[in-house]
Design a protein around this ligand. Structure first.
Ligand SMILES: CC(=O)SCCNC(=O)CCNC(=O)[C@H](O)C(C)(C)COP(=O)(O)OP(=O)(O)OC[C@H]1O[C@@H](n2cnc3c(N)ncnc32)[C@H](O)[C@@H]1OP(=O)(O)O
Ligand SMILES: O=C([O-])CC(=O)C(=O)O
Length: 371
């Protein structure tokens, strides 16, 4: 038996949800550049789940179903109020709350295609209320009920802040949601597929995926990019800070990727958004510092930025708390997880690879008092 560390380059399934070929990312064959410029997040959800873009009436129907399912059972918020909120990371709160949502879904273990599609809508619809509700509760405020007439992106920002976003913020947030929606067999999506391939339910699959996304080598990197920018503080400090990190062989958050070698095609959109939004807020230092870091890490380490690098200054400019960056990633990525979960169910086989045994052999049991 031979092993490949971290399963690098291993093709573990076939999928028609999204592809990365020669550093080009497509969702169901649509280039991400095209979608980022033109699509609403609701259209992308439909695309990922159905394999084609919706007609107007289909988009209206999905939007209506999402709006009707956005509210979260009161028990979920009551339970959140009992969390040690000042110590709990929002990703941990999200992981628990999504698992808890399954307790209040009578169809949680119903495995028909129709039941799973309905649960998919309920999960996608409720995740903004869960993320924003926790954010409000930890500030000692009540969660805000969604407004049915707002877009998915606008509703998220509305429920977070209590006021409807301006058009620039809504457009930027929608674009960020589109850019994060799916990404082939990344670690959290693989986790979701492994989980549901046992024929476990969709809530278990999404809960497991949230756990995987939380880690700093995956979705958790965006929050840490902002922590790095805050620590650096200003453009003059970039050079010595990054030099030290490179010399000490430290991982620089927001750089590198297992699949992309020339660069992550999502980063350029986020870079543009960062430039625009930091210009509007009058805090262009976050963008200027990011550009300087990118120049240094790219030229000295040959590592281009990934999706997490510029999303940090984008979300910061939208006035979002830094520890909500990864839950926002999850709010978008749940659409991709669900697409992969439904695809897995439709052609399922248990995922159970092998491990090469490298431990001791031919051991003989010795009673505990004789060891
Ligand atoms: C949405 C996402 O998940 S995008 C990724 C988000 N994660 C991050 O931004 C965290 C920082 N980046 C990383 O840790 C890595 O680049 C990963 C996890 C994304 C990819 O990891 P892998 O494909 O396993 O690459 P691996 O970690 O083995 O790195 C290969 C080499 O490049 C170096 N390297 C990779 N990324 C970085 C980085 N960000 N900073 C410094 N060095 C790096 C490694 O130290 C290693 O060097 P070595 O061969 O001298 O030991
Ligand atoms: O594909 C990966 O390994 C990580 C990533 O960029 C994503 O999940 O968006």
């Amino acid at each position: 038996m031979s092993t490949t560390r971290g399963l690098e380059g291993v093709v573990a399934t076939s999928s028609s949800v999204s592809s990365i070929i020669d550093d080009v990312l497509t969702y169901q064959g649509y280039n991400i550049d095209d979608l980022a410029e033109n699509a609403s997040f609701e259209e992308v959800i439909f695309l990922l789940w159905n394999g084609r873009l919706p007609k107007r009436s289909e988009l209206d129907e999905l939007t209506k179903q999402l709006a009707e399912n956005m509210e979260v059972p009161k028990e979920v918020f009551d339970y959140m109020k009992a969390y040690p909120v000042d110590k709990v990371h929002p990703m941990a709160a999200l992981r628990t709350a999504i698992s808890q949502l399954g307790l209040y879904d009578e169809a949680a273990d119903e495995m028909t295609e129709e039941a799973n599609k309905q649960k998919a809508i309920r999960l996608q619809a409720k995740i903004p209320a869960v993320v924003t509700g926790f954010s409000r509760i930890r500030e000692g405020k009540e969660p805000i009920a969604p407004k049915k007439e707002l877009s998915f992106a606008a509703n998220f920002l509305y429920m977070l802040k209590g006021e409807e976003p301006d058009e620039t913020s809504e457009t930027a947030f929608n674009k960020a949601l589109v850019l994060h929606a799916d990404h082939e067999l990344n670690a959290s999506t693989f986790t979701a597929r492994v989980c549901v391939a046992t024929l476990s339910d969709i809530y278990s699959g999404v809960t497991a995926a949230i756990g995987a996304l939380k880690g700093p080598l995956h979705g958790g990197a965006n929050e840490r990019v902002m922590a790095m920018l805050m620590e650096i503080g200003n453009t003059d400090n970039v050079e010595p800070y990054i030099r030290k990190a490179i010399d000490n062989k430290e991982k620089i958050m927001g750089f590198g990727h297992r699949v992309y070698k020339q660069g992550d095609p999502r980063a350029k959109h986020l870079r543009e958004m960062s430039k625009k939004l930091t210009g509007i807020t009058g805090e262009s230092k976050w963008y200027d510092m990011s550009i300087k870091i990118e120049e240094m890490v790219t030229s000295e380490k040959g590592l281009p930025p990934n999706v997490d690098f510029y999303s940090a200054s984008v979300y910061h400019s939208l006035g979002i708390d830094h520890d909500l960056f990864t839950p926002i990633f999850a709010t978008s990525r749940v659409s991709g997880w669900i697409a992969h979960i439904l695809e897995q169910y439709s052609n399922n086989r248990l995922i159970r690879p092998r491990a090469e045994y490298v431990g001791p052999e031919k051991q003989t049991y010795v009673p505990v008092d004789e060891r």
